[in-house]
Design a protein around this ligand. Structure first.
Ligand code: EPZ
Length: 419
């Protein structure tokens, strides 16, 4: 069991670069199942969720080769659509294989991905949408079994712009017979990237970047070489670490246009933001103002994945803040850990949190229980004068290549020790 040791209490000063996008890369890897031949992905983050996904694809018969941040996937030899339980249990994003496996094989079987620490995370929207395309699901508490005689284009309106459901419909539609129109589609940057990837492979998707996507089915897709976009949540993590410590940080190859909602909040808190060639420079020396009310929302609103990290920063604001979490129903898990450090927080219900700023946080032994909450505890430890320890680093490693390396580049006194 590894443990992150942080000696906090000083402003960060330095610069770090942003890795490739976890959520962007994961869905592209699932999309390679649709392509018979060698697809090359550059700038793939070296994180455990990617390793789990590679293990899943290999179990299906694909060949996967990684050379640092370049991954070569050849799905020609895929020979089954029965997904192994080990990887499906480890990673909810395996549900994004529904669309590609139905498109490639006409069937899919996997253990029903269970809930996780941030919510139940059902897949009803995925199932309803795919059913419109001629997919038959066998109802079973334990497993998802689905098959189709042939995917048909359809008019589909999602009841909620689910990222994963949008991705599954897109990947099912590209080889379907006829045209699919998807209304109320998610507009996260990961969706736009997926559309560009699929079109480069020969798909015919229009409406990219809007909430109405149209896909004209084609006979086949061909191999492509593609570069994964930078990770907007990792970039936001490092900006929030700078804000938490009232420091001055430079985040290189940050996807600036994808971070507007966060940068607006940081400016309201008193930070100054400027742009250099392919980098964001944040001067947070005076970023102490509270945020009276903020709600998380689908893109381009404030991302739910940064909510816990902003909560950590606001524990030391000069006044009280309130956050409404509208995307997941159980994403205030870090409150108890922050209270151990002297933070003054009140969970009003599972969607609303009040944060009363205190003058200081105290170091503590903390335990992460999910990915983004773990990153938030790292940020809180950077704020507390003295030595904090954070267990549960495996959760953090799911989404961050090396958070300790990057924070040291930003000037933090942090190291990972084997317990
Ligand atoms: C993706 O999850 C991301 N994961 C999440 O990032 C991110 O928080 C989320 O989108 C929202 O932006 C990946 O891309 C691998 P949703 P996804 O379907 O697709 C409910 C991280 O830390 N819902 O948009 O699962 C669901 O329960 C992760 O990197 C249904 O009710 O998100 C949730 O409350 C965490 N039925 C809401 O919609 C469904 O069929 C948003 O889910 C599907 C979703």
């Amino acid at each position: 069991m590894d443990c992150i040791h942080i000696h906090g209490g000083k402003p960060l000063e330095g610069e770090a670069a942003v890795q490739g996008s976890k959520n962007g890369a994961l869905v592209l890897v699932t999309a390679t199942v649709l392509i018979k031949g060698q697809t090359v992905l550059h700038n793939c983050p070296q994180i455990t969720d990617m390793d789990e996904m590679f293990g899943l694809l290999k179990a299906l018969g694909c060949q996967v080769k990684r050379e640092a941040s370049t991954v070569i996937i050849d799905a020609s030899s895929l020979h089954t659509s029965d997904c192994p339980a080990k990887q499906v249990r480890a990673m909810r994003s395996s549900v994004m294989l529904l669309g590609p496996l139905l498109g490639r094989c006409g069937s899919v079987s996997m253990e029903r991905p269970g809930g996780c620490m941030i919510g139940k995370r059902p897949v009803d929207i995925h199932e309803t949408a795919l059913t419109c395309m001629g997919v038959r699901f066998q109802k079973d508490e334990k497993r998802i079994r689905a098959e189709t005689e042939g995917l048909k284009g359809a008019e589909i309106c999602l009841p909620f712009p689910s990222v994963g459901a949008t991705e599954n419909v897109l990947m099912a539609a590209v080889l379907a017979e006829g045209t699919t129109t998807l209304y109320n589609a998610a507009q996260e940057p990961e969706i736009t990237q997926l559309c560009h990837f699929l079109n480069e492979a020969g798909a015919k998707i229009t409406g990219i970047g809007t909430n109405c996507l149209m896909v004209r089915g084609v006979g086949k897709l061909h191999p492509v070489t593609f570069t994964v976009m930078p990770d907007r949540i990792v970039a936001g993590t490092y900006l929030l670490a700078g804000a938490a410590t009232r420091g001055i940080v430079t985040v290189k190859n940050a996807p600036v246009r994808q971070l507007t909602s966060l940068l607006d909040v940081l400016r309201k808190m008193g930070a100054m933001v400027r742009y250099e060639e392919n980098a964001i420079v944040l001067d947070a020396v005076r970023a102490g103002k509270p945020v009276p009310y903020l709600r998380t929302a689908v893109y381009p609103g404030f991302p739910t994945d940064l909510q816990s990290m902003l909560t950590a920063v606001l524990t030391r604001a000069e006044g009280s803040s309130a956050i409404e979490e509208t995307i997941f129903e159980d994403r205030f898990k870090i409150v108890r850990e922050l209270q151990k450090m002297g933070a003054d927080l009140k969970v009003e219900n599972n969607r609303k949190l009040r944060i009363y700023g205190v003058s200081k946080l105290y170091p503590a032994r903390l335990t992460a229980c999910e990915l983004r909450g773990g990153a938030a505890l790292v940020i809180a430890a950077l704020m507390a004068e003295g030595e904090s320890e954070i267990r549960g680093c495996d959760y953090i490693r799911r989404g961050y290549e090396d958070i300790c390396r990057d924070l040291r580049l930003l000037g933090a006194d942090v190291e990972e020790k084997r317990e």
